[in-house]
Write a protein that binds this ligand. Structure first.
Ligand SMILES: [Zn+2]
Length: 224
């Protein structure tokens, strides 16, 4: 089974991807890992891509698409779940065409739908327990809201101090990523629309605002 998964940063896309990988024994391929493996492996495409990255330029699609395709082809027996690509309408069209001519079949597109403001709050509301990374705390999610002690928020599990990840508080960086995702003219939303309109692949759109297990349930119910 071959799947494309879409969802904005903060939608829990990575978590759902990990669950699907586990359940179906497929390869979970993240777009960043494709670049890294080609560059590390010193492939022709990797060398070309590196030249762009070193200059701080975007790697053009005529290098990216063959890299993606090569990586997917390696997983054709186990099946793949591609995460983080395509990011634009142009990439969606190019990938679709390339898959068709390679004889690889795209079975499903999974879209986790989440309002932009909620996605941003999800990212910015994460709090880390200084005692244990596995003590989830979040100021915007009732089920795991931090406790309060002397007017200060503390870990709901152990009462420890809470901190934030610098990345999670970088609103400009979050906005930049979301600008690309939520662009329904040429960005990632337009890529999802492309598959919806094309109609030759089943697009599963699920509400990402419900708890993680419910999102998983909604996806699994339609994957069969
Ligand atoms: Zn704790």
């Amino acid at each position: 089974m071959n799947i494309l998964i879409f969802g904005p940063n903060g939608s829990g896309k990575g978590t759902q991807g990990a669950i699907l990988k586990e359940k179906y024994g497929m390869d979970h391929i993240e777009s960043g890992a494709i670049f890294r493996s080609h560059i590390k492996g010193g492939t022709e495409l990797g060398k070309k891509a590196k030249a762009y990255i070193d200059r701080g330029d975007l790697v053009p699609d005529d290098i990216t698409i063959p890299m993606v395709l090569e990586t997917l082809a390696k997983s054709k027996d186990k099946g793949w779940l591609l995460d983080g690509f395509p990011r634009s309408l142009a990439q969606a069209e190019a990938l679709d065409k390339a898959l068709e001519s390679s004889g690889m079949r795209l079975d499903y597109v999974v879209e986790i739908v989440l309002e932009r403001k909620i996605a941003r709050d999800r990212i910015m509301g994460r709090r880390l327990c200084v005692n244990d990374n596995n003590h989830p705390n979040h100021i915007a999610i009732d089920a795991i809201r931090p406790a309060e002690k002397d007017g200060k928020l503390v870990c709901r599990v152990c009462g420890g101090e809470l901190s934030t990840r610098a990345d999670d508080q970088d609103e400009a960086a979050i906005n930049k990523r979301h600008d690309i995702y939520y662009d329904d003219k040429t960005g990632t939303m337009a890529a999802v629309d492309y598959f919806k309109k094309k109609g030759n692949v089943k697009v599963i759109s699920v509400d990402g605002s419900v708890p993680i297990q419910e999102v998983t349930g909604l996806i699994l119910k339609q994957l069969a």
